[in-house]
Structures are given as C-alpha cells and as structure tokens.
Design a binder for this molecule. Structure first.
Ligand code: ZN
Ligand code: ZN
Length: 581
C-alpha cells in the first residue's frame, strides 16, 4: 500500500517500502532515504549507508551522504573485495546492507551542516546507533520542524532490528570485538535518542516505521525497553565468565554453576578436549589450530576420532592439518556438518574457510561405542543453530560436551549473528530441556578448563528468562515474531558465495526461516529485475525458493534480491557473491 502524508506545502512523506521524505522546490525534488520511487529526483540525502534506503535512487540524482559512511557507497566494491566480508568476521560495523555496487557521492554532510532547498532549511544531526555514521535530518519549512531519523527507531518503544546494535569497543581491560558486544551500541543509541528528543521537532519520521508526533515519549519508551532487555540478557550471560567488565553496573548472573577439576582421562589444550582410553588411544574434540595437531603427533597416541562442535574458526581452523595427519573419522551433527563441509556457502560470524571432510553426519540421539565409552550425539542449537553436543558415558561419569553453548555463568548468546532461535523447544530452550532430561553429571566447554554443572533450579531459571526475553523482544520489535529482529539471516541467499564458469547458470535459493505459526507468503526477485519466484513457507520451517542467477559477465558480482514477505516490501534485502570465471 502506497500513501502520502502531506505535512505542509513543501514537505511530504511517501510511505512505500519505507518512508521517503520529499521536499519540493517548484518542480525540483529533494528526497530523504529514497527506498521507493517518488518520481524524478534532483538531490537525495541518505541517513546512513544501507542499500535499502537508496533502492530507488535514480542514477542521475545528486547523492549527499554522511561523511563518515560515504566511502561505503562510493567504494562499496572495496568492502566486498576484502576477505573479511565473509571470513573470520568479528566486526560488524559495517556488515549489513552494504551497497552491492559503488556509486558516486556528490557531497557529504556532518553534524551541524545545513543546506537550503527552496523554502526549506535542512540541518544534519549526528545520531549514531543503527550505524556509526548515521545522521538525522531536521527539515524546517512552512513553520514546521520535522526530524527524519533514519533507522534510529521504528516507533515509540520499537527498533527496526537488534543485530545492527552489535558493537564492541575499547575498554581499560582491552579491545572487545563487535562479536562480543550484544546491544553494544545502546550507549550511542541512547545519546542519539536523547538528542532527537531535545531537537525541538514536532514530528519524527523514521526510515521504517510510524510517524511519531510525541518524540520524547517515543524515545523514553524505547530506552526503557532496551534496558529491560539488556538486564534480562545479562542475568544469565556467559559474558560474566568471559568478560565481566562488559556487564558492570548490572546484577551478577544467578546461574553460576559449580565447578570441579576434570578427571585425568580428559586433557584440555587450546579449544581441544581429548578423551583418553585406557588402551592409550585418543578421541579428539574440536581442532582450532595446527599446533593441536603437532602436540597430538608429539604425544604419539593413536588418534581414532574427531568430533566438531560447530563451525567457528577457533574450532575448525586446524581440521585440514588434522585430517592430513590422522586417518580417522570426523563426526559432526548434521547442522554443523552443513557449514563446515561447505563454508563458502555461508556468511556467518567467525566463519573459517577451512573445508572439513565430514565422515559421519550424526543425528539427534545417535549413539556409538568408542573403546570403553558410549558416545551419544545431539543437535544442540545453543551458541549457534549449527551446533552439536556430545554425551560421553564411561568410567562412572556422564559428561556432556556443550561446545560453546554454555559457560559456567550461563548462556553464550551474545552474538545474534550466530542465529539463536527463540521460543519453547527451539534454540537455547531446546538445549536446556535436553540437559534437564539427560541430567549429565558435568558439562565441558572447549574454552573452559573446569567441568561445571547447573542445578535443576538454574536450568529452570534460564528457561524462564528466555521465555521472558521473548516477550521483551516482541515489545521492542515490529515484526510478527522477534526472531526476525534478532536474526539477520532469517532471510538469506544460499549459497552466499560461489564460483561458476562463464556461460553456466548459478543455482541460488532464497532461504526463509518462518518462525511464525502462520504460512508466510514470499515473493523474491533479483534487484536487477531479472527473474522472480513466489512461494509460501510453511510455519515453523526453513523454506527454499529457487532463484537462478541471471547470466553475468566474468568477474566478481554482488547480487541482491528484493523481497516481499507478507505485507512488507524489503528492497535489496539479501545478497550473495558470484565469481564468474
Ligand atoms: Zn538501515
Ligand atoms: Zn563458538
């Protein structure tokens, strides 16, 4: 549905895929965040570099962009050419919605800059949060003061997404990657929201969302909800164990588990746990570095198996060297196997380019015997949904290897790019339920020397906090389910990267995770206009719609697709890389 809100003789807002501000000077149009087609445009201002906000920017229009982000538009190709766009990604500013192709930026704007457009005066306000260089634009015309705030907030009490707020920083204790900074941009966001509330605007116009005639109330409600969410998350976080300084000023975790030293038949080196048999043979869990291979070779014990918990580089970087050194099977849960066997197909945090040969794809609850131990593999979608857990029974113990999903202080859920599905019976709730059922007498994590255990009460507390979190996220998020605000990969193209020979067709699928309880109608098309697909994704499933790539000349291409999901249009929302040789 496309409608206009006329604010004054010279100022209107077009409501399409997003809200496009339109300032008229005779026949000349200045637009703000042209996510949709409003007619011939002379000049466009964008609040931030995200490509969805310039989806309908005519090639001939003059583009003015925030000074701090102009390079991401003018030289987008440099961003995509860098390996970090796909591999070993721990920093996400920028990461999302980087333009697919470079386009010229005619001028830049920074805090306090003004420009005159006919009867209107436009003032730029630095409002970082959604992105580091985001600007808001105050338009004063016809006696009105209207503030275009980009994606800083969506509606009173709501933000467009939460994953854009992932941010680390410099602390006295050391530098923190964006990877560890769940809602790390909230201080910047809070300062920006206070600035917006104090700007004397009578109306806020977000790039996505509702017009807000009461800026102060909209801002205060958003800040209060973000604070509630952060407190919920901090109360059960693995970060109390790893980086407690990130959580100062908050109550400590009340899910600290008891710890004990491991038995002498388990040894820990780097991120590898090694299980020793009385026979002298060993079974290895995770291999993040070639030095683990060297130390296994030095020890000289027969190496009879490798189990991989998940795809992160610090767990798989050493696998190619391991597989060259030891002719033994690699076991992995089907979810983890799909990533480690074909990493180029994915764009996930901390992704390793190491290709693993998976010999044994395990199914949930599958047991086998290794020496005097019974091993049982589980799908264990905690730290990421592509993750397994392993129950080791023998020598009088029942020990569960949780991978990175839990640390002694609680859940490892600080990086939503890993994909942490919400709700009863899925994600961490499924992991906690499994631990309640299996009742292992110790948990082991590749980054923790000690065995730890959670009491039944602590497991129950984590499940309760997760359930409460779903409600907090639902209040903060405009989507039918909060997973969409938390999970940047709810819609994606698969494979993310592939090479083809010139003249061949690249097979690509639009993959949609429908975590709602309703069928989800989806329409996707290449942003270039070359091909479309429609389908309905059944509730609670991940559905695939084939969208073969258009023929492309030799070279590297970033392809983007436009989505219509339910009622919502999402231009240039998902991307993939295609190398044509
Ligand atoms: Zn944005
Ligand atoms: Zn990990």
């Amino acid at each position: 549905m496309h409608t206009w809100t006329h604010l004054s003789d010279h100022l209107s807002v077009y409501h399409g895929a997003g809200n496009v501000g339109v300032v008229r000077d005779g026949d000349r149009l200045l637009v703000i965040d042209p996510s949709d087609d409003v007619g011939p445009v002379d000049t466009a201002l964008v609040t931030h570099y995200h490509r969805d906000g310039m989806a309908e920017l005519p090639a001939a229009a003059r583009l003015l962009a925030p000074a701090a982000e102009a390079h991401l538009i003018a030289d987008a190709a440099a961003y995509w050419a860098a390996p970090v766009a796909q591999w070993h990604a721990y920093y996400y500013r920028p990461f999302f919605l980087v333009p697919a192709v470079s386009r010229p930026v005619a001028g830049t704007l920074a805090d306090g800059d003004t420009l005159t457009w006919g009867a209107a005066r436009v003032t730029a306000l630095a409002t970082p949060g959604h992105t580091d260089g985001s600007l808001s634009y105050l338009v004063e015309v016809d006696g009105r003061r209207v503030l275009f705030t980009g994606d800083l907030l969506y509606a009173p009490g709501q933000v467009w997404d939460l994953y854009s707020l992932q941010q680390g920083g410099s602390y006295p204790e050391g530098d923190v990657w964006d990877y560890h900074g769940f809602l790390g941009a909230r201080a910047a966001l809070s300062a920006s929201l206070q600035r917006v509330a104090a700007a004397g605007a009578e109306l806020l116009v977000p790039a996505h969302g509702m017009l807000m005639p009461e800026p102060d109330a909209a801002v205060q409600c958003t800040l209060a909800r973000l604070d509630d969410l952060y407190r919920n998350y901090a109360s059960t976080s693995a970060l109390h164990h790893y980086m407690p300084f990130l959580l100062t000023g908050l109550p400590d975790s009340d899910t600290w588990g008891a710890t004990e030293a491991p038995p002498d038949w388990l040894t820990h080196d780097g991120t590898t746990w090694t299980l020793h048999s009385a026979s002298g043979a060993v079974f290895v869990m995770d291999c993040g570095s070639a030095y683990v291979v060297e130390s296994l070779q030095r020890a000289g014990d027969p190496v009879e198996g490798l189990w991989i918990t998940h795809y992160h580089d610090d767990h798989v970087d050493g696998v190619p060297a391991f597989q060259a050194a030891f002719p033994c099977p690699l076991h992995a849960d089907a979810s983890a196997a799909a990533v480690i066997a074909d990493p180029a197909a994915w764009r996930l945090p901390a992704l390793s380019p190491a290709v693993c040969r998976v010999d044994h794809v395990t199914t949930h609850g599958e047991s086998w015997t290794w020496r005097e131990y019974t091993l049982t593999a589980y799908h264990f979608p905690g730290q990421t949904r592509y993750h397994g857990g392993l129950l080791v029974e023998g020598r009088g113990r029942r020990l569960f290897f949780v991978g990175d999903s839990f640390a002694p202080s609680g859940m490892d859920d600080y990086c939503p790019l890993n994909r942490n599905p919400l709700g009863a019976g899925t994600g961490f709730d499924a992991c906690l339920t499994l631990l309640q059922q299996l009742r292992p007498d110790g948990l082991l994590n590749p980054h923790v020397d000690a065995i730890f255990t959670f009491s039944d009460t602590q497991l129950g507390t984590m499940r309760e906090r997760l359930a409460a979190r779903v409600a907090l996220l639902a209040a903060l998020s405009p989507w039918p389910v909060p997973d969409i605000a938390l999970d940047p990969y709810w819609a994606r193209l698969h494979p993310f990267a592939q090479r083809i020979q010139h003249g061949n067709i690249a097979e690509i699928a639009v993959v949609i995770t429908n975590s709602t309880d309703q069928p989800l109608p989806v329409r996707a098309k290449w942003s270039s206009g070359d091909g479309a697909v429609t389908g309905v994704i059944p509730p609670g499933t991940e559905g695939r719609l084939p969208l073969p790539a258009p023929p492309m000349p030799a070279g590297q291409h970033v392809l983007t697709a436009d989505l219509v999901v339910g009622e919502r249009r999402l231009p240039r929302f998902i991307e993939c890389l295609l190398l044509v040789e």
